[in-house]
Design a protein around this ligand. Sequence first.
Ligand code: ATP
Length: 311
Amino acid sequence: MHTAIETQGLTRRFGQRAAVDAVSMTVPERSIYGFLGRNGAGKTTTIKLLLGLLQADAGRARIAGIDVAADRIGAARKVGALLEAQGFYPHLGGRENLDLTRRLLGLPRREIDRVLEVTEMTAHGGRRVADYSLGMRQRLGLARAMLGAPPVLILDEPTNGLDPEGIADMRGFLRELPARSGATVLLSSHLLGEIEQTATHIGILSHGRLVLEGALAELKAGLATEVAIETDTPERALLLAREHGFDVEQADDALVARFAAGEDVRDATATLNRVLCIAGGIRIHALAPRRRSLETLYRNAAKVAEPAALA
Ligand SMILES: Nc1ncnc2c1ncn2[C@@H]1O[C@H](COP(=O)(O)OP(=O)(O)OP(=O)(O)O)[C@@H](O)[C@H]1O
């Protein structure tokens, strides 16, 4: 598989602070890559570096194999972007707005019909953008990003400001995009739930550093299985389980036992139950396996990145 986006040691400082700090990321072709991080983690700065809108202080970035610093225009032709400020002319129609970009890019007129169709906006192309809902504007932004069918799409928080229905629409649309258009999508977001339902791959940025990256299913498979313990006496259960060598922790919402990948969870849960109920006389209401989630991956990655902050 080729690499749609690749960076090596990409760094950008503002004053003394590195907003993007030696980031080496790999976005495989035809993936939906969820680019995650808190506000201020450096996502937008990375995206600007990828688009050649900012210059790197060190490192390099390639889009579809083209080095962004060496051939900014060539790299830009390989990528369509939806950034937060859409910059549409509100008094013009959707079609007319798209036409401005189409002419700049020197594309044939039929490209407008194509992108309106892909984004299911054909019926609204004649209306003024001022009369569009936010969801329609986002879709028009996507349509513009797709003009010329670039192999890479970079979307910065595409669900920002949308209502739940708009978010669900956008999610469905993005999921189908690689199959429909052959494009690779880099999707920045701080919404774990959205990324979990959409992305095939993830990269987590924390304080400008890439702290975790990979195929989401593989990363999840490598996680320990967690079993939530429901009991009246969590403190006693915690102590007793630990005395018997179990890896148990009080998480935010429950007492949780962790079983390493590969361990027989059914057996281990039965043993834990015996230790707590029979040996310890502790009342257990439930031992419930928890889904392996992106949230756990994110929490673990954040712990590695800033142990002091979470201690
Ligand atoms: N032009 C600039 N001048 C100085 N500092 C900047 C500039 N742009 C970004 N920063 C700083 O760089 C850091 C990373 O910002 P960035 O916007 O890339 O984060 P982000 O992850 O995209 O967050 P958000 O989701 O809030 O946009 C922040 O500390 C920010 O204040």
